[in-house]
Design a protein around this ligand. Sequence first.
Ligand SMILES: [Zn+2]
Length: 413
Amino acid sequence: MYAYRTLRVEIPWRLVEERPDVLDLVTRMHLAVEEYVRRLLKELTGQEEPKLTPEDLDRLLTPDRQELAVKIIDEVFPKYSLKKYFVDKARVFWRDVAFHRAVPLDAQLRVESEKDVSRAVFVDLKSGVVRVRKTGIPPFAVKLKKSNVTWIKKRLEEGARLKLAFVGIDVRRGKDPTYGGLYIALVFAREVTPVEPRAIVVVDVNRLDHGVVVGLVVDGKIVRRMRLPDECAVKKLRRLHERISDLERRAAKEADPARRGQLEDKVNRLKSKRYRKIRDIATRVAKEIIELARQNNATVVVDAMEEKTYSARKQSGESGDRKHLYDGLGQLRRRLKDLAQWYGLPYMEVRLYSTICPRCGAKMVKDKKRIMRCPSCGFSDTRDNIPLLWAKRRYWEILQKQPAFSAITLLTS
Ligand SMILES: [Zn+2]
């Protein structure tokens, strides 16, 4: 079984300013891919913007669809002046293009002084530079950060190798999509041996500002319990959020267009900062949880909030200002899944109740602040503990369940 991990190397704004052709190329690629995927999925589902999970996509994109995909690529890509290299790549990796919403580029990683075999993306670990070339514009280079180099070296130690690369642009989807920074994504692949689980790590994904409750269950007993991220990170995030709301209110009231513009710029800058902060928190929290699971050979069990609850909450009154916290949770879940797969740890999403009595199954009622009580048997505990108790109750059942490793086989061509 293969697992994949991706390193994002940000393309600095200075380079983007000096090289408008880079931004132009990435934008053209992005638009071409979006149009290709939209048309392909419309042909396959009959719907304009179908909501599909990766599993749905995997089922939908059967090999016999390649001809249709290639036909669309041949029509769409030249419209955006994408050269033969991209058309050829997209034709071969037509499924990956749909999954990743980007065209895979072939890549080489030089660790010592191996020969440069002139692939489109050349990662030179020794000089710490990524070069991108053969894309129809003059080559450009991005310096790797120290943390990038450390990350790559760790993956190499784990037996991974660089498989391919993407060049992309951050897009926040929505009514008016906004475009953010450019990046080079380096995809590493590794062959994994699945771990035989001997414990479970329970993750109760609630809300980032309430913290994520994590429990370690061994032999049917909760042996450790922690709350992530730390109070300080949550406070900082909340303060940042208050500043944004405050500036937004001021901008709305400002009559002078120039000054309003300035305030709005500031809001956007802070929003990007918040986005990055949340991403960092999700990364850190996922890392800590996976560490715990690896040390204990544990199955990672994440509370599966029902999709309905999730989207209802996202769109409800709590949305607006708190929506970003839910976005962070989506990221956290994806990261946990990816990392679990990377280390061969079983990963499962199980519905763990927080309002149903883990002792007798009756509906619990709120007693005091965040304390739940069962009117039927009298059991009571803090709300955060209830999902852990459910996981404990279902311990043996969960441990015996064969987790469905995502059977999606990509990047195989
Ligand atoms: Zn009860």
